[in-house]
Design a protein around this ligand. Structure first.
Ligand SMILES: [Mg+2]
Length: 275
């Protein structure tokens, strides 16, 4: 995959969909080239939308975090797996009202905002996201409910989450444990599934062929982009690249978002750098 960039020219780019963790920041540390590139794209009028598997962020959290790094965005520029999971449960289980949530306050809030009750009493749906206070007792309640027929929804399959100093276990690690105990496979909302990408595309209103998907993980970001019919860019600032021949490779690999060449009117730091 290493010489892929030399063979392919950058296409016409009218919009960008991008991951956040490992692309814009690692934990609480920003990735300066990425902040600069998005700042230039925004100044040039290139629309973008962030899609994050991380269910512990609300769109407002992301707005505040990026603002502190010097990038001003709006809540509508962020699609989270928590909100997408809540909307999915509401749509696919219209008769369900009781949901057991293992996850951060942002996931509990998203479930409440679509009119569902969060409870550990006879839940009809179990939804799991990243929960840094996860316990054996929470896992037991989830396993019991799913074994008694509750639907099993996972916000995202990520096994690892990049932090400022390394990695921590992602939601996928706990979801996998409950799946192993119940022998029930969860319905996954986040990337590599296309739900969030489709939401982002509808917000951007751009053609698939002129929309880039940027991410740091081949199994999630790149596969989601491919499934949605987008050109994909892997940036090597996040989770280390693991070659897996069973997965579709990215169309481009960059070490900095400044390498992405967009039309002159929207040129970012890549053009400045060459000048
Ligand atoms: Mg990432």
């Amino acid at each position: 995959m290493a010489d892929r960039n030399s063979r392919l020219k950058w296409p016409q780019i009218d919009g960008i969909i991008s991951d956040l963790d490992g692309v814009l920041y690692r934990g609480n540390a920003s990735i300066p080239d990425a902040i600069r590139a998005f700042g230039e794209w925004k100044a040039g009028g290139l629309p973008f939308c962030f899609v994050t598997n991380n269910s512990t962020h609300t769109p407002d959290d992301v707005v505040r975090k990026l603002d502190a790094f010097g990038l001003a965005i709006a809540p509508k520029d962020v699609v989270t797996s928590a909100i997408t999971a809540a909307e999915f449960i509401r749509a696919k289980h219209p008769d369900a009202s009781r949901v057991y949530v293992i996850g951060a306050p942002s996931l509990v809030k998203a479930i409440a905002e679509v009119g569902l009750e969060t409870t550990d009493q006879k839940p009809e749906v179990v939804v799991m996201g990243l929960d840094r206070q996860i316990s054996h007792d929470k896992m037991r309640i989830a396993v019991e409910a799913i074994s008694h027929g509750a639907a099993f929804v996972g916000t995202n399959p990520d096994l690892l989450l990049p932090t400022a100093g390394g990695f921590e276990p992602g939601a996928g690690a706990s979801i996998a444990a409950v799946a192993a105990a119940t022998k029930v496979e969860p319905l996954i909302i986040g990337k590599p599934e296309p739900h969030m990408i489709e939401t982002a595309l509808s917000r951007l209103g751009t053609a698939r062929s002129a929309t880039l998907m940027i991410g740091d993980q081949v199994p999630t970001d790149i596969q989601a982009g491919k499934r949605a019919g987008l050109l994909t860019v892997l940036v090597t600032t996040g989770v280390p690249l693991r070659e897996d021949p069973s997965l579709a490779p990215p169309d481009f690999i960059v070490s900095s978002l400044c390498e992405i060449e967009v039309a002159p009117a929207q040129a970012g730091c890549a053009r400045q750098r060459r000048a």
